[in-house]
Design a protein around this ligand. Structure first.
Ligand code: PMT
Length: 423
């Protein structure tokens, strides 16, 4: 991996996890990465600047007026010379300031002065209640839409004694994310999605009946995750809108994962995220129906009737159709792709869905076929276009299917994007 000459700007903010930034800093230095640490005033109260000076052999910055060399404007020079910016740990405060564009100290000034082409990674660390606060989540959604990579915090016992999400991601995974971002191993040919923003849905929704029970399906998320990874490794900025998945969420720094466990939550998130996307791919198995009433309490077993049997009736209502919503809302510079999970009349049913959801292409899969559809590592799909063209593919790995889907939609996507620029 070509790391020589690469410069890392390591931002450290005021979280108890600041001490772990020293470990990350040490690992970066051992790899020969020229690292400069920029501490907020609060971070400097958790861990001293001499630590980072010793680890990086570079000046450590905290105050925007720190100008060790009068010929340079430090914050501009640091921001413009960085190959990558990582803020670890990132407190709720620094995330809020970054999202709002505030530049009132050295770190926020450097962040605002960082060119849009420089990858920025954020590794949040905070109390669970702060992490889950709508303001924090809204700030993170804003940063994601700007292409900032958020390294999801880990769960466990926090410094404050609480248990939940909010621990700084493991230093190893932060390091992996940095190296993955720095190391574009994918052949240039396949960097054809650079600059394209992709929104992919994946996995199964879970429609609650009561606090214990829900209605779901057998989607594992593999197909949607394969599409997200393929797009990211071809240079796209990807948001993975994830229902319940049974495989590990991808840690690719170009992929931001947004969780939405019910059809309603996924619908809301999709409508919020879609305006910033160039391409939408609906690979998730979204429930078509959801219980009209969700019981607050666990439904108790019913007493049996005279015949010794008992039954429970659950009334269902139709859910909002996400693919149709974005299909009918798309601008002329956007492309919307759906899937069709069918057990019969594959092509006729898929063709009808192109029409009703106003799709630009649909991926039809017979979910009763061996090696296709739910929870297997392969798929056998036919691509259909609105003009009636079809492209049947043999059974392939879901990753290869994803590559073929991206190859197939690429011409339409680029022509729409170019037309909008030319407009
Ligand atoms: O996740 P895996 O285990 O890898 O399985 C892959 C898969 C079988 C889930 C995938 O290949 C697939 O077929 N996904 C679509 C499943 C589905 O819901 O198909 P559908 O024909 O019921 O829906 C048609 C399209 O409308 C899909 O793009 C779906 O995401 C979308 N939809 C459906 C209902 C709804 N309320 N909102 C939607 O957006």
């Amino acid at each position: 991996m070509a790391l020589d000459g690469k410069k890392i700007l390591l931002g450290v903010s005021g979280s108890i996890a600041a001490y772990r930034a020293a470990d990350l800093c040490s690992q970066l230095s051992k790899l020969g990465l020229d690292t400069t640490a920029v501490l907020t005033a609060a971070a400097a109260r958790f861990i001293g600047t001499p630590t980072f000076q010793a680890l990086t052999r570079n000046p450590v910055y905290s105050d925007v007026f720190d100008e060790p060399e009068s010929k340079r404007i430090a914050h501009i020079d640091l921001a413009q010379s960085a190959s990558l910016v990582i803020v670890a740990p990132a407190s709720a405060n620094i995330i809020a300031k970054y999202a709002a564009g505030i530049a009132d100290d050295m770190l926020t000034t450097c962040l605002l002065a960082t060119p849009p082409t420089t990858p920025v990674l954020i590794a949040p660390a905070m109390n669970t209640v702060m992490w889950e606060h709508p303001a924090t989540q809204a700030n993170l959604a804003t940063l994601r839409l700007r292409g900032v990579t958020i390294l999801t915090p880990a769960s466990g016992v926090l410094a404050c004694g609480d248990t939940g999400t909010g621990k700084l991601a493991p230093v190893e995974s932060i390091l992996d994310a940095i190296l993955a971002q720095l190391d574009r191993v994918t052949p240039i040919k396949h960097q054809d999605f650079t600059g394209i923003r992709v929104l992919v849905t994946a996995g199964a929704t879970r429609e609650p009946i009561d606090p214990v029970r829900f209605i779901t399906n057998r989607s594992s998320g593999k197909m949607g995750i394969a599409l997200a990874l393929a797009a990211a490794e071809r240079g796209a900025c990807v948001t993975l809108l994830s229902g319940h998945i049974t495989v590990a969420s991808p840690l690719n720094p170009k992929i931001t994962v947004v969780n939405a466990q019910t059809a309603e939550l996924m619908h809301r998130a999709a409508l919020q995220l879609f305006p910033e996307a160039d391409l939408f791919i609906g690979a998730a198995a979204v429930a078509d129906f959801t219980p009209v009433d969700v019981n607050d309490q666990k439904i108790k077993k019913l007493s049996t009737d005279s015949s010794g049997s008992s039954s429970l009736t659950v009334h269902l209502r139709q859910t909002a159709d996400i693919a149709a919503a974005v299909g009918h809302a798309k601008r002329t510079d956007q492309v919307v792709i759906g899937f069709a999970a069918e057990s019969e009349n594959l092509l006729a049913n898929a063709a009808r869905k192109i029409e009703t959801k106003n799709l630009d292409m649909i991926v039809a899969n017979d979910i009763t076929a061996d090696g296709a559809g739910f929870d297997v590592d392969t798929n056998a799909v036919t691509l259909l276009w609105p003009d009636g063209r079809t492209l049947p593919l043999p059974q392939l790995s879901k990753r290869e299917v994803a590559e073929r889907i991206l190859d197939s939609l690429y011409p339409l996507l680029t022509s729409r994007l170019q037309a909008s620029v030319g407009a």
